[in-house]
Write a protein that binds this ligand. Structure first.
Ligand code: PHE
Length: 374
């Protein structure tokens, strides 16, 4: 599906224009992991963005111009994300960029967007450093100091655990940051981190780390990685007789998680941006439209991709002439915007302050547990 879209977008990519509103279309660039070990992140986000564009164009586009998406696959690699960003800006002359999901990849893109003064909106990169790159870099999601505190509170108050082990991905800015923020918040609430082990994304054998963890007899393990490794970690942990709850963050959000980890994922919990079971009309309306477009339920990535696109379109619509500086200024002014994943207000650091949900993985389903407000 997306490959076809990429092909079509590329064949449409035309000549440059100084002001986007005077071009035939408004070109939006997208960078995502459409292939590789985090492919579901890129594909879901892309589908969410496509749905937003379809709806926007059906309403007549933005300021009477149709929105055109140019999507590039970074294969889950930061260096490819940087190359794609440069191409979108210098060759395709995009007005703004949507992406990336992963913080490490957004961190590879952001300096390029900033230097060229091209507004970049990350749907779901949660590491604080991403928007610190500069005033053209935004996100529509919460950040990891909050996400870490949400899971620390859940560990202390809901699971009522005292001793937690950490297993972090040292190659991921997201995983390293979230581990540190969780640690700080959990200690503050009186908890103890009994062991802090690490791996590098791409590894498949976690037995030595898990054996060290088992020896410390933790009450729970915090594993803030991405779904491919987390699925394997859950499986190998249960095989080693580790029965305690596993916890994580938004990086778990994929249908593939359960395909990889199966029943080993029972008794596990993670924080996320939204739950498709939320009965709020904005959520249920999105779920209905997404299902009729793609024949499956939207995950958090799809919802965040959709929201990032919708907010960017709203900002462009508000500009007088559609210059980069105006779009940047309008993005900074977004307040109480009713999106699918909640009401979004962009703060002075260009982050969104909004609630998180905690989900339980049970026999392949993500069950809604609670909502935590900032
Ligand atoms: N928050 C993760 C990061 O910053 C990316 C992610 C978001 C993954 C949402 C899954 C779901 O790297």
């Amino acid at each position: 599906m997306f490959l076809k879209n990429i092909f079509i977008s590329l064949t449409f990519a035309g000549a440059a224009s100084a002001s986007p509103l005077f071009a035939d279309t408004i070109k939006i660039g997208e960078v995502g992991s459409m292939t590789g070990s985090e492919a579901t992140f890129g594909v879901s986000t892309h589908e969410g963005i496509q749905l937003a564009i379809k709806e926007q164009n059906a309403k007549g586009g933005i300021k009477g111009k149709k929105v055109e998406l140019i999507s590039l696959d970074d294969q889950g690699k930061p260096e490819e994300a940087a190359i794609a960003t440069t191409k979108l800006i210098s060759q395709d002359k995009v007005t703004a960029i949507l992406g990336e999901v992963s913080s490490s990849r957004s961190l590879a893109m952001a300096p390029i967007a900033q230097q060229n003064k091209i507004p970049m909106v990350s749907p779901s990169s949660t590491n604080p450093k991403v928007t610190e790159v500069g005033d053209y870099i935004f996100r529509v999601c919460f950040i990891d100091p909050f996400q870490g505190a949400v899971m620390a509170k859940f560990a202390a108050e809901t699971l009522k655990v005292k001793k937690v082990a950490i297993l972090r991905d040292v190659k991921s800015d997201y995983s390293v940051g979230l581990s540190d923020y969780f640690t700080a918040a959990f200690k503050k609430s009186g908890g103890e981190i009994v062991v802090d082990q690490s791996y590098s994304s791409g590894e498949v054998d976690f037995n030595s780390q898990l054996t060290s963890i088992r020896a410390k007899k933790p009450d729970a393990i915090f594993v803030p990685g991405y779904y491919t490794e987390v699925g394997l970690i859950a499986k190998q942990a249960r095989k080693l007789g580790i029965k305690v709850p596993l916890m994580g963050g938004d990086g778990w959000d994929s249908d593939k998680l359960y395909e990889i980890g199966g029943k080993a994922l029972n008794n596990t919990f993670f924080s996320n941006h939204y739950s498709k079971d939320d009965q709020a009309p904005a959520v249920q309306n999105f779920v209905k439209n997404y299902k009729s477009a793609y024949n499956r339920s939207p995950d958090g990535l799809a919802a965040m991709g959709y929201d990032a696109a919708v907010i960017l379109f709203a900002a462009i619509e508000k500009t007088k002439t559609g210059t980069n500086a105006e779009i940047r200024a309008e993005l900074a002014k977004i307040k109480e915007f009713q999106a699918v994943t909640g009401k979004i207000t962009i703060d002075e650091k260009r982050n969104a302050s909004k609630p998180a949900v905690v989900l339980e993985v049970k026999d392949g389903k993500f069950l809604y547990k609670s909502t935590v407000n900032p």
